[in-house]
Design a protein around this ligand. Sequence first.
Ligand SMILES: *[C@@H]1O[C@H](CO)[C@@H](O)[C@H](O)[C@H]1NC(C)=O
Ligand SMILES: *[C@@H]1O[C@H](CO)[C@@H](O)[C@H](O)[C@H]1NC(C)=O
Ligand SMILES: *[C@@H]1O[C@H](CO)[C@@H](O)[C@H](O)[C@H]1NC(C)=O
Length: 233
Amino acid sequence: MHAIALFLLPLAVAICQDCDTEDVNLLNVHRDHHQPRHRTPSADTGGYVACTYNKTYGYPDGVVQVDPSSTGTPLSELDSRCSENSVAYVDDSEEASCILNSPGTYYDYGNWYASKACPYPAGATEYPTVTTQAQCETYYNNFVALGDNITINGTFYKLGIGHGPLKGVRGNCYFMEYESRYALIFQVDIRSWSFEFTYDTLQYIYNNQGDPGGTCLIPNVQIVDCADIPGMA
Ligand SMILES: *[C@@H]1O[C@H](CO)[C@@H](O)[C@H](O)[C@H]1NC(C)=O
Ligand SMILES: *[C@@H]1O[C@H](CO)[C@@H](O)[C@H](O)[C@H]1NC(C)=O
Ligand SMILES: *[C@@H]1O[C@H](CO)[C@@H](O)[C@H](O)[C@H]1NC(C)=O
């Protein structure tokens, strides 16, 4: 098990180096799922669900904001990590589970800025609201200005930026819960089974256990309207 974890580490890092690039990958080979599925509500805002991401959903039209290496089926590293750890997961032609992974410093705030987080003139997000590119940039800047953490309705959330879940696209905000620890993430990049976000936020969620490489840890997620976050609108 330990040898496998070490072996997989470079692969996880390599995936993140692709995070800026994406294209439409229609190679969705059908594969029967042999594990329980966690269907997501269509609007993606109906409460926490075990994290999955949609492999084919496009927004703006034709732009599938998924890591190109996360669109096919089967996804061998996801499958081997979850099988090795006997965790029920999803990997079919439409969607796959997202599992905690370390991005290193890639999602440190210093590496990001509004126009990089919001690259599409046609708009930034559809779930739960349509946002223009300008609104996305404003949201990004307001999010960064919130700082390290926020308490909303009595729940403490560590803040971060990174990948997206469900049908998320750049400009979405989402809550994450793992072992009763919570984060609020602004999606600045693609969707992927390799679920990556700001390193400090990962450490908070993962209880300072370092790099989750080799594990299959599926947090719960819920997309929220960025405008519902105090200080964002
Ligand atoms: C994923 O998105 C596609 C394209 O919008 C949609 O047809 C499909 O139902 C979605 N799958 C899931 C599981 O949400
Ligand atoms: C929350 O963030 C503030 C700064 O914005 C910091 O002083 C405080 O220590 C943080 N709280 C926790 C529990 O990390
Ligand atoms: C906080 O609670 C209020 C009142 O129940 C609710 O309307 C609001 O949506 C909650 N905010 C968030 C971000 O969940």
